[in-house]
Every structure is written in structure tokens, then in C-alpha cells.
Design a protein around this ligand. Structure first.
Ligand code: ADP
Ligand code: MG
Length: 247
């Protein structure tokens, strides 16, 4: 495919596990600053799509272009460095470190041209930590040990750890699972804010939450796209009601 303005362009992507196609000739295009939600029944292939994008799983065939750069041949750390951040379902924060320290250790090493001038770099880190802490609603918790945060706050902290690297594409797998109603609302606001200068892909089951954040919704089923479009369009789709929303 020739160069494209999409931040992410997935074409004919297939992965086969012992002959079973978990993702089957998938085409998916995400715009800059778009917040895309992916829904679908269990086993539809949603998590596998994220695994393929971040390089955790290698595709059988097809292409994944991020800013026109082919990702399918890259290692996971190269994909991170290219600007793709991915949050897994269970948070991987350092429980015994403070919120500040968790964010600090996530600052990409060796990025500053002033790397050797330590004080200058720590200044940059501090600025970035405060900026991110504000975005993830934890600026009043910087000195708290991460273990003492609520379940929802831990999820936000992990999002913050990814934001420290300033990814241009952020991917979240079921970010509000286990959160209180209030935390879900706050997460919706948080995501609506952070997609203003990056693209975000969210896998989520909670349709009330999806309504609050979705620009466009993609419905996956058996490794293929069943429907795609606005929330209203997708919710009214007979096929979607049959395989997913009707349950
Ligand atoms: P979803 O996230 O939509 O619930 P998944 O992407 O986790 O679905 O899984 C899609 C299908 O692929 C499931 O049938 C799952 O068992 C299978 N699958 C996922 N990863 C692997 C793997 N590494 N090896 C074998 N089968 C897998
Ligand atoms: Mg999943």
C-alpha cells in the first residue's frame, strides 16, 4: 500500500494458531487523534489484535503500518520505541514505590540530548511527572505508595506510566473492568482528554462507558469485522444485536 495519513493501517492481517484463524484478513484504519473502541463477544480476537500490533504475537500474513512504518517485522521494544504503548488487563505497577517513583522510572532513558547533564535531565523528568500526574488524576497522590491506591487509581497509574513515554498510539484492554461507577466516569473523561494529542484504541465491554468515549466503534466477530461506524449505527445493526448486544 502507498503512504497513508492514517496513524495505523492494518491490511489483510491474519494469525493462525494451529490452523485456527483468531484474526482473519482484518483491515482496520485508525486516524490521528481518534479514539477507537473495539467490541465483540469473548474469543472474537480483540486481545489478539492488540498482541499483533505490539509485537507480542507474530502475524501469519498481512501488514500493520504505524505512521507508514511496517511493524510486523519489528521486535516488541522497537515497536514501543516507534511510539506504540500498550496496557494489559492486569496492571503492572511497582506496588512498593510511590506514584511519583512509578512515573519517574517510566521516563524513557537516553532520550534527552543532555543525558550526561544529570540535573538538567531530572528537571525534564519532574516536569513530565507532574504533567502526567495531572492527566491521570493523581497529582494529589504523588507521595503515596502505589499499593495503597484504589483499584481504579492503579489502572490510571499504569496509563500514566505509558504516557511518560509520550506514545502516539495508546492501546488499552478493558481499562474499566472492576472500577466503581465514579471511576468509570472519570476514566471516560481522562481518555477523552488524552486522545486530544494521540490516537487511542480501547477494547471494552461496558457499553455505557463505550458511549461516553467512542468516536467510531469496530465490532469484531470470529477474527473479522462484523460492523463499524458510529455507536448509533453499530447498536442498530441486526448482525451486531444477534451476536453480541442481544445477550
Ligand atoms: P477476545 O479478546 O476477543 O476475547 P482473544 O483475542 O483473546 O479474544 O482470543 C481469540 C481466540 O484466539 C480465542 O479462541 C483464543 O482461545 C485464541 N487464542 C488467542 N491467543 C492464542 C494463542 N497464543 N494460542 C492459541 N490460541 C490463542
Ligand atoms: Mg480479550
Amino acid at each position: 500500500m502507498s503512504n497513508t495519513d492514517f496513524i495505523l493501517a492494518i491490511e489483510d492481517l491474519t494469525v493462525s494458531f494451529d490452523g485456527f484463524k483468531a484474526v482473519d484478513k482484518l483491515n482496520l484504519y485508525v486516524d490521528k487523534n481518534e479514539l477507537r473502541v473495539v467490541i465483540g463477544p469473548n474469543g472474537a480476537g480483540k486481545t489478539t489484535v492488540l498482541d499483533l500490533i505490539c509485537g507480542k504475537t507474530k502475524s501469519t500474513s498481512g501488514s500493520i503500518k504505524f505512521k507508514n512504518k511496517e511493524l510486523t517485522k519489528l521486535a516488541e521494544h522497537e515497536i514501543v520505541r516507534a511510539g506504540v504503548g500498550r496496557k494489559f488487563q492486569t496492571p503492572s505497577i511497582y506496588e512498593n514505590l510511590t506514584v511519583y517513583q512509578n512515573l519517574e522510572v517510566s521516563y524513557p532513558r537516553g532520550r534527552s540530548v543532555w543525558g550526561s547533564l544529570l540535573f538538567k535531565r531530572s528537571d525534564d523528568v519532574m516536569t513530565q511527572v507532574y504533567k502526567v500526574a495531572e492527566e491521570i488524576l493523581l497529582k494529589d497522590f504523588l507521595d503515596m505508595e502505589a499499593a495503597l491506591l484504589s483499584h481504579g487509581q492503579k489502572q490510571w497509574l499504569e496509563i500514566g506510566m505509558l504516557l511518560m513515554q509520550e506514545p502516539e498510539l495508546l492501546m488499552l484492554d478493558e481499562p474499566v473492568a472492576g472500577m466503581s461507577a465514579k471511576e468509570r466516569d472519570q476514566t471516560a473523561e481522562l481518555l477523552n482528554r488524552i486522545c486530544q494529542n494521540r490516537s487511542v484504541i480501547v477494547i471494552e465491554h461496558d457499553m455505557e462507558f463505550v458511549k461516553k468515549i467512542a468516536h467510531k466503534v469496530t465490532v469484531l466477530h470470529q477474527g473479522k469485522i462484523l460492523a463499524e461506524g458510529s455507536m448509533d449505527k453499530v447498536q442498530a445493526d441486526e448482525k451486531v444485536i444477534e451476536v453480541y448486544l442481544g445477550h
